[in-house]
Design a protein around this ligand. Sequence first.
Ligand code: UDP
Length: 466
Amino acid sequence: MAPHALLIPLPAQGHINPMMQLAWKLVSHGFLITFLNSDSTHNRIHKANTLNSFFDNIRMISAPFEFPPLDSLEGIENRIESLIKGLGPSVIDKVIQEINAREEENKVTCIIADVWMCFGLQAVATLHELPLAAFHTALVSLFAIRYFSAHLVSLGILHSDGIPKEDKKTKYLPCMPALHSGDLPWLWAGEYMFRKGIRMGEEIKDIKWVLFNSFIEIEAPVVETLSKEVGVYPIGPLIPPEFLIDSRTSTKVLPSFRKTDTDCLQWLDKQCAHSVIYISFGSTGILSEKQLEELALGLEATQRPFLWVVRSDLMKGSEANLPVGFLEQVRDRGCIVSWAPQLEVLSHPSIACFVTHCGWNSVQESITMGVPMLCWPYFADQFLNRAYVVDVWKLGLPLNANSQGIIKQGEIVKGVEILQESEQGLEIREEAKKLKIIARDAVKDGGSSWNNFNLFVTAMKRQPNE
Ligand code: UDP
């Protein structure tokens, strides 16, 4: 009987992608996968992608629950609560019962759920006598700062609602880089997110396997500290193996919510090596009209080729409104798409640097492809990720906003020029080359993530009575 894992992602692009990459990896180790979404997320993925293109041995199923993907942050508190109920323990229990009743030969043998989907799930796993693993799609450091945040309250560093007492750059945990007080990952959604993070830590503490899409080498002190409390298993970067050998194409399709524009790859083929600026704000980044204008004018002023992902909802309130004459001005050196095949793009030899919102997947993909970054975070863990990129790994530069919160065109031009032309830029590019190798080594035979993944797979393949 093949091991059969039930995978439960959080329905957000930055969570579904690494969960699917985990699914591929498990399939290559002989697993059968059931990948569970809400109805609306499932339908949206199938609308944007060719049906049956995911992989043999991966069954995409949905629970009868209307929950549109989390690509807008409006009303996040109510939406997360309704998700935790709508795809909560009783629904998962029913899904397992239905699969097991249908599949005499392929009953579910383990559950792997996004950390956001683990609330109350241990009881269901125990009921069905299944091992449960939690999957954290971002840095271990993000989990660690949430985990220890109640302690920071007791030390008097944070108020009881998670707001820092002092407005200054602080080393909140001795094992982590200093963060500005405004950079703490829960502040964007207030006390709700702070309390939820603490609850998550309590819940996950009792789960034996917590898999992280990160690798030990980039945050070893945090892994060491948190491992004393929680079963920490970094298994990343979860990038399909074909991209790790620079073949740059894959037969696998990520379950994106939007149609991918692959024509930009032919456009990239025509550009010079290390010349193109790639700009993307992930699945949820939003710019004001003024900010969009400054970015467009900044790109125009660089005089360099660029590939820019302008999602239909990139601008707050309406379709992205590019400055008059901009498209005409950049016609010969600009390529604009609504959704890019990002892994193919980042691994393309024409790419010089990545202007990124610092979503963890984007950062890790950039590290694995050796691409230096210009950091433009706007919420959640993106500031923490920037601190690592800029201060710890030295793989990029921050793009700084002015007193009105706008990143001006001159700042963009300056960032690109430093990266491309200066001694400091050369050092950053050298660091990017080194970390690319370390990232790839982590998932190679005998690497740190390879070891963790094999420990996990071996344990999941063991029959309950062995
Ligand atoms: N992505 C993509 N095409 C795009 C923009 C993003 O395929 O045009 C992918 C990207 O490769 C990453 C995910 O979408 O895997 C975004 O995740 P991330 O954590 O970077 O940001 P989020 O969307 O969660 O803010």
